[in-house]
Design a protein around this ligand. Structure first.
Ligand code: SAH
Length: 479
């Protein structure tokens, strides 16, 4: 972090602005909005600055800049068009250990003024540390359009009512629920319509209704395949409600960084080959005991919680113990890897049936045909989770079931992560190719004609081909 973000209380505090052109005038307007006592020093002043001085809004010193003006100041802004003059102001400020912003000159500045979205008392400040003010301004425009204009009034009302809210909702959880209701409910609507007293009455009425102590619950949340952009909005909200997050090994740090800062995070990851059953028993116990203490527990899983994620077992456990739960789906690896490797899992010309299977179960229990193998031959796609470690056994099995060694097969490693690699081979060549390129977990095996389309449609990460794949191109639509 290049700059430390800070909101300064300038009420009644002297601030010096050097320069009195249109740029300086904009800074003066902002400083006066924060109720700073503004002194302007300039050789000549813009009529609007003159008018402010005449109205007694600021004090104006016409003539050469006198460094002694800074003796009382808390902050200095240099906004002249003369760099030497600005440098002289910056030097005088530095000599007094005063922060100085030189407009549009990060080199001379010891402080930056951010782009702001003003919903006072709510203020959002955006800074690129002087590196790219245009990006900061563009971002400001976007945020401006996202935020309800009545948000400022709502925050003002919440500030006035804060002691009542604290008293009426002593539990943190119920207080958070109340603030959620404030943001999503009728109070904001009333403020938007300009009905301040109606908004206040609605708030008071809601506060006077007693709420029971919050009951704990478990939110089973899918974190998607890794890219935080693929988390759902509901998932993001759950991360911000959480008191405790029980996170899987596959959940990326970038997603955990989106969680509420004071949420406790426990890594309950199961490394491949680790002692699964004891880890699972511990997860069950943690969910139940923390929910019973009234906490909001987020059980965060890679991909989707109900696809090879033991989500079903965890829900059954919660149900048996009478714990309330909700499920937030996530983008499962098959969908993410297909999309990010340019492999359509179904295609009118190539595949009408899609099977998701786990190579895990097949290795331990070769038992009955699950349909993912034999079916891949004819207009079918088989997607195999947890397949890299067991790739030789998986391929042997599929070949034994009668699949052609020429059938296209793709391995997608770290799907949707910046380091994604997609390896294109055939069922007969993939084991060697995976070994040569040292493909590691997490990776997904996609078997079927559609797999070869990824060689043409890839748009993300690295695409690796093997010589055998040149014969594996799918039938073209025109043929
Ligand atoms: N519930 C998860 C699957 C967990 S099983 C989901 O819905 O995606 C773990 C297996 O998922 C891994 O062995 C791998 O085969 C696959 N997987 C998960 N994330 C992946 C990723 N980013 N890229 C490739 N495969 C992934």
């Amino acid at each position: 972090m290049n700059h430390f973000p800070l909101f300064a209380d300038l009420k009644g505090r002297p601030v010096v602005v050097v320069g009195a052109g249109p740029v300086a005038e904009r800074k003066i307007t902002l400083l006066r909005a924060a109720d700073a006592r503004v002194t302007v020093s300039a050789r000549a002043a813009h009529p609007r600055v003159l008018a402010r001085a005449q109205a007694g809004d600021i004090s104006l010193h016409l003539g050469a800049f006198d460094p002694a003006l800074l003796d009382e100041a808390w902050l200095v802004i240099a906004a002249t068009s003369d760099r030497t003059q600005n440098q002289c102001v910056a030097d005088a400020a530095t000599a007094r250990h005063l922060f100085c912003n030189v407009v549009d000159d990060p080199e001379l500045s010891s402080a930056q003024v951010p782009a702001i979205v003003d919903r006072s008392p709510l203020t959002i400040a955006i800074s690129s540390g002087g590196a790219a003010p245009v990006i900061a301004r563009r971002l400001r425009e976007r945020i401006e359009s996202l935020l309800d204009p009545a948000l400022g009034a709502l925050a003002g009302l919440a500030r006035r009512k804060r002691p009542h809210i604290r008293a009426a909702r002593p539990h943190l959880r119920s207080r958070r629920d109340f603030y959620d209701w404030l943001l999503d409910g009728p109070v904001l609507g009333a403020l938007r319509r300009g009905r301040a007293s109606e908004a206040e009455a609605l708030l008071d009425q809601a506060l006077s209704t007693a709420t029971p102590a919050p009951a704990g619950k478990v939110l089973l949340v899918g974190a998607g395949p890794g890219d935080p952009g693929l988390l759902t909005l509901r998932g993001l909200r759950a991360l911000n409600e959480a008191d405790l997050i029980l996170a899987d090994r596959l959940v990326s740090p970038a997603i955990l960084a989106l969680a509420r800062r004071d949420a406790q995070v426990i890594d309950v990851g199961k490394a491949p080959g680790g002692p699964h059953e004891s880890t699972q028993a511990r997860i069950h116990a943690l969910m139940v005991s923390h929910a019973r203490q009234g906490r909001c527990v987020v059980r965060l899983k890679g991909g989707d919680p109900m696809v090879f994620g033991r989500g079903g077992e965890e829900l059954q456990h919660l149900k048996r113990h009478g714990i309330a739960y909700e499920v937030v789906p996530g983008i499962t690896a098959a969908l993410a890897c297909g999309a990010y490797a340019g492999i359509p899992l179904t295609h009118r010309d190539h595949a009408q049936v899609l099977t998701l299977a786990t190579a895990h179960r097949q290795a331990q229990d070769p038992g009955p045909n699950d349909g993912a193998g034999a079916s891949a031959a004819d207009g079918r796609t088989g997607v195999h989770y947890m397949g890299v470690e067991r790739l030789p056994a998986l391929c042997d099995r599929l070949l034994n079931e009668g699949l052609s060694p020429d059938l296209p097969c793709a391995l997608v490693e770290n799907g949707s992560h910046p380091e994604q690699r997609a390896l294109h081979a055939t069922l007969g060549s993939v084991v060697k190719a995976a070994h040569r390129h040292a493909i590691r977990s997490p990776a997904l095996v996609i078997v079927g004609e559609v797999a070869a389309l990824g060689m043409d449609l890839a748009w993300f990460g690295k695409t690796l081909r093997t010589p055998s794949t040149s014969d594996a191109a799918p039938r073209s639509q025109a043929a």
